[in-house]
Design a protein around this ligand. Sequence first.
Ligand SMILES: *[C@@H]1O[C@H](CO)[C@@H](O)[C@H](O)[C@H]1NC(C)=O
Length: 129
Amino acid sequence: MFKSIALFALLNAALVSSVALVPKSTAAAATAEVVNSANAINVVETCTQTNLRSCLQFTSTTLPVGCTSLDSAGQTNDVESVSTASGIQCTFFTGTLCNGNSQLINGTINDLAVVGFSNVANSFSCVSN
Ligand SMILES: *[C@@H]1O[C@H](CO)[C@@H](O)[C@H](O)[C@H]1NC(C)=O
């Protein structure tokens, strides 16, 4: 499991320069509250402690999910574990506008320190995997 995560990190690092050339998604951002809409789907949870503790649940009515600020959600430089919903992968960024260094997450990471991304994420965007 950890070996494949490390591979993701390397692949992602190799792709960072080309990511900057891709136009920003115009898709709507996720919201950090539980929306009691029949159409809302769970997208990702971001947690300020390891092992998916102290989490915010993000939902959206559509995919892809556009740039969503963790800074605005009150988790500035504070996310230590994440879990993407089944069928969804998210890219986390150090900048608040989906800029800076990035890390692809597909599934659950109980400790972002494993991929060198603990307490540095400030935004994310998500797509179907
Ligand atoms: C993401 O994880 C799922 C479930 O393990 C897997 O089926 C899928 O192929 C993965 N997607 C990518 C892009 O690696």
